[in-house]
Structure formats: structure tokens, C-alpha cells
Design a binder for this molecule. Structure first.
Ligand code: PMP
Length: 352
């Protein structure tokens, strides 16, 4: 039985995670190049619940801190083991039966994987030719709408008025906005939660808070939607987030200046990278995320990916129609971006 089920699945393929990190400049999985702050790490060491005990089930302090950031209550916040877990919970809770889900054909690769895992029907809507999302494509769907904002792997941002229009035209459906990358220049739509009880916002500590390895995600939503997700959580794994991660998460919240400062550095490094790649003939989409999506007229995406890898620079290539010419390049430190540019120059020279 299980063999038949797993055979029908087509699991998500994460970016490469090399064992020997010293061999690569790792710009392939949108991690933050900066570690969590010393203050946050010290807080976690001091306040971590004893490991022989199960982790806290309610985590009121962290949920209250997250809720306060957007003027909500702890009942409006769900914590998860990375935001991937809460996306899974949301597909289970809100997409079952005939309703199903709708999302762009080019977006986070986990959406169709979760849809298939949960056995829900889904529809993928093509992005416009310029790889942007057409908001009107998501009007009056009677399906659960799932959008990453900024979108991945394009980095393109939808404005608040577009999100509002999508919410207005889907009052009977959950609209899930995945804001994994919102802290790198976008404006969170969490402010709309007071007006829309069909809005669910997915966020993560993996990117802007430098905690990818700790696995901490969270959702903002109405008490009813969060309650539905809690029902799933208590049906799967109530102790879904470990004690150390919970303590470190709160530690990073108490050191917001550090997060703002590192996000600003990443944005500066992004603008530098866009300028330098453009000078080298690349076409780079305007990005509101901690990565850029770029192509070069003379180098097929796969060839460039391989040539960069041969020079110790890992980026992400998606062998998919319409985007096979591109590579997604995570924004790292200035030194990492200079290493990327040096490798690009070598490749261009070698080809001449
Ligand atoms: N959403 C998007 C759009 C992502 O790119 C990612 C990172 N791969 C996630 C969600 C999940 O991140 P995490 O599980 O680390 O919170």
C-alpha cells in the first residue's frame, strides 16, 4: 500500500548541501550569510528549557512578541518547524475536497509537492511573459490561493493594493501569502489581517533572522484559521518546535537592531550584485528578496551553473520551461559576491 502511494509522489529537491562547506561559496539555498547575533545566542543558552523536558506547547512569550510586531494577539500566531511545515499544515487544513489550491506555474517548488502529498487538486497559473504575477488571474477562484511575496525564484514583489484586490475577490477562500523573503525590502501584508479573516501569512526565521538550521516558521491569521492549523499540529506533532530553537527565536526578537542591520547589508550587497552583473551583460530581475534571478544572453543557464560550480561557486539552476536560462543567486557577504563576480569574469574570459 505505502509503496503505491510513495510511487505517485514527486518530492521536493532541495538545493545541494555540500558536506565540505570550505570548498564552496554557497549561494544556492537563500541562507543568510550572517550568523545569529551573539546576544541572541547568549539568550538562547541562558533561557533554553531543560532538554530532558518536552518543549513548551504554548510558547506564549514568543507568540506574544510576534503578535505585537503587527498589533495582533498570541491567538493569531502559530509556530512551526520551519515555514515548510506550516505550508504543509495549510494545504492539509484549507485545500481539501473539491476546493483545491491555485498558485503560479513558477513559484516555490514545494507548493505542488504539498498539494500532491495531501491529495488536493491544484492549478498552476502561468506568470506573465516578464515573469510577474497578474493579480487578476487570482480573482474569484473559489480555490485556496497560494502566493509567495516576493515570489521565488523571481524575487518580484506584488504591491499591497494587488494583495488587497486578491483578498477582496476571494472572500470565500483562504489566501495564503508566503512572506519568507519579505524583510529584504517588501512591505508585509500582515497589516491587512484586521480587515480580512481569509488572509493567512506565512513567515520564517530562516532568512532574515539567520536561523535556517534551527527551523522556525510562523503564521499570522485570524483566531479561526490559526485554530484550524493548531488542530492539524495536534494531530501530527504537538511538540513541533524544539526548545533551543524557541529560545533562540525569542533571543533574535530581542535584538531587532541586529536583524535590521544584517538585512540592510544584504540589500546593499544585492544592489551591488545587480549593478555588477548588469555591467557584465546579465539581465537581472529587480529583486525584493535575498537572491537575484539572472540570465546572460551568451551563456545557457545550465552551462553557467556548471562553470560556476567548477570554480567553487554554488548557485541554483531550475531545469524548467521558461526559466532554464536563469540562475538564482543568493545574496551573501560582499566578499562572497566578489568571489561570484570573479568566477563570472573567468568564465567570460575563458570563452573568448
Ligand atoms: N517559502 C519560500 C518561498 C521559500 O523559498 C522557502 C525556503 N526554501 C520556504 C518557504 C521555507 O523556508 P523554511 O522552511 O526554512 O522556513
Amino acid at each position: 500500500m505505502s509503496r503505491y502511494f510513495t510511487r505517485s509522489l514527486d518530492p521536493y529537491v532541495p538545493g545541494e548541501q555540500p558536506e565540505d562547506l570550505s570548498r564552496f561559496v554557497k549561494l544556492n539555498t537563500n541562507e543568510n550569510p550572517y550568523p545569529p547575533s551573539e546576544r541572541a545566542l547568549a539568550f538562547a543558552r541562558e533561557h533554553c528549557r531543560p532538554m530532558q523536558l518536552y518543549s513548551d506547547l504554548n510558547v506564549l512569550d514568543l507568540r506574544a512578541a510576534l503578535a505585537a510586531e503587527v498589533g495582533l494577539e498570541p491567538e493569531n500566531v502559530l509556530l512551526s518547524n520551519g515555514s515548510d511545515e506550516l505550508l504543509y499544515f495549510a494545504f492539509l487544513a484549507f485545500c481539501s475536497g473539491a476546493r483545491g489550491a491555485v498558485f503560479p506555474d513558477i513559484s516555490y517548488g514545494f507548493y505542488p509537492v504539498f498539494a500532491r502529498l495531501c491529495g488536493v487538486p491544484y492549478q498552476e497559473i502561468p506568470l506573465r511573459a516578464d515573469l510577474s504575477i497578474a493579480p487578476e488571474d487570482y480573482f474569484d477562484r473559489h480555490q485556496t490561493v497560494v502566493l509567495a511575496n516576493p515570489n521565488a525564484p523571481t524575487g518580484l514583489l506584488l504591491g499591497m493594493e494587488d494583495i488587497r484586490a486578491i483578498l477582496d475577490r476571494n472572500r470565500d477562500s483562504v489566501v495564503l501569502i508566503d512572506e519568507a523573503y519579505i524583510d529584504f525590502g517588501g512591505q508585509s501584508c500582515a497589516a491587512l489581517l484586521r480587515e480580512y479573516d481569509n488572509l493567512l501569512v506565512a513567515r520564517t526565521f530562516s532568512k532574515s533572522r539567520s536561523m535556517a538550521g534551527a527551523r522556525l516558521g510562523y503564521a499570522y491569521g485570524s483566531a479561526a484559521l490559526i485554530g484550524d492549523l493548531e488542530t492539524i499540529r495536534y494531530s501530527v506533532n504537538p511538540y513541533n518546535v524544539n526548545s533551543y530553537t524557541l529560545a533562540l527565536g525569542l533571543g533574535t526578537m530581542l535584538d531587532g537592531d541586529y536583524t535590521r542591520q544584517t538585512c540592510r547589508s544584504i540589500q546593499e550587497n544585492r544592489e551591488y550584485t545587480i549593478e555588477m552583473l548588469s555591467k557584465r551583460g546579465f539581465e537581472v530581475l529587480p529583486s525584493a528578496a535575498n537572491f537575484v534571478f539572472a540570465r546572460h544572453p551568451d551563456y545557457p543557464g545550465a552551462a553557467l551553473y556548471a562553470a560556476l560550480k567548477a570554480r567553487g561557486v554554488l548557485v541554483r539552476h531550475f531545469d524548467k520551461p521558461r526559466i532554464a536560462d536563469y540562475n538564482r543567486i543568493t545574496i551573501g557577504t560582499r566578499a562572497q559576491m566578489d568571489a561570484l563576480l570573479e568566477a563570472v569574469d573567468e568564465i567570460v574570459r575563458a570563452e573568448r
